[in-house]
Design a protein around this ligand. Sequence first.
Ligand SMILES: [Zn+2]
Length: 432
Amino acid sequence: MKNRKLVIISNDALVKEDMDYLLTKPLFQELVKKGTWVKTLKTIYPSVTYPCHTSMITGCYPNKTHLYNNEREEWGNPLWVWERKYNRVKTIIDAAKEKGMTTANVFWPVLGNDPNIDYNIPEYWSQTPDQPLTSALKEMGTSDKVIEEIVKPNLYYIEGHQRQHPYADEFVCACARDIILKYQPDVLVVHPAGIDGKRHGTGLFNAHVTEELDYTYYWMEKIIRAIKEVGEWDNTDFILTSDHGQVDIKRWGHPNILLVKAGLMTLDKDNNVTDYKAYVKSLGGSAQVYLKDKSDKEAYDLTYKTFMDAKESGLYGIERVYTTAECDMEEHLSGDFDFVLEFDGYTANGWEPFGPYFTTFDLSDYRTGRATHGFLPEKGPQPSMLMIGPDFNEGVTIERRHTLDMAATIAKIFDFNMPDIDGKPIEEAIKK
Ligand SMILES: [Zn+2]
């Protein structure tokens, strides 16, 4: 193996239908001709960004990564699992580091404070209105060198517009470009999220989403141009992929209200939660239910009965109630929760413990927008992947694989040691 480079860009919530649109444009026509296109990918359950990206970069299901929500699990804790320490399994970055390769990241989730990343700008944001992004990123392991040489020159794109698109993606892709131009790392992972953001705010397919795809085209062009400029394009395995699709939503249910009605959660006169025996953490299309005391059999039985009755009634948008054992066996999903609720494909769920059970849009949160994800992986349009480069076959089209198979394919090509991997190498894609 000569000094091969690897660049992975995961455009959040990009689906096969988007790829069909992008393939009407010259750069993507060239990419698909020169590479392997996996038309659709099956993702993991829950189809939520942080668990999905952790499974993509490890090739392992959530029952190994222990990464099964964007947020931490305690009731009312709004913090996300930004740091590498939350994932229990080896990543392709860890494996690359073992081989002495240089590594870089721009906004790939769950990679904060990762000691194996040389140039790291992990997905994170200011934690208070006064905190500058540069100080936030330093907290998550961005070095002074990267702050000065990459972040600061591009800060004007995102300043005042954190977590808003197209500003955030303009920043992410400009940082990726400059990392390539300045450091030429052996491995670079990048995660733009504008397509996902537009879908949450405006729905699955519409002119706003198409506009975001046009921006995405231009950003991909910018990154590829940088790789060509440093003379590494013919030596780079370049992967464009995605983590999940989305589903258009008609209504939002709030399952904690059912726990209040069952006496499993109590509120004061101002509707603040005073105590609970169980609570629901929303993931948009699904939810995870936690017992406060895992040895409380009575609370377990009542919680299970409450949600099974709700499912049977057909009135609450709940399609399935999984026990942890069922979820582990059928979907390779386990964690510190006690049940999983799957919603019906047009109902998403929120967190309120009071008020009407069904509510309308709340665009301030990804779980209650006009479209969302988190459902079982088969629901809605599916993610898609292009693999181009010296180690990939040209002009090959594959109908369907799993998102876990990307890491397995890379591990095979780069001879990475990843013994726990669940994914399988995509043999038809690999040049012999
Ligand atoms: Zn996502």
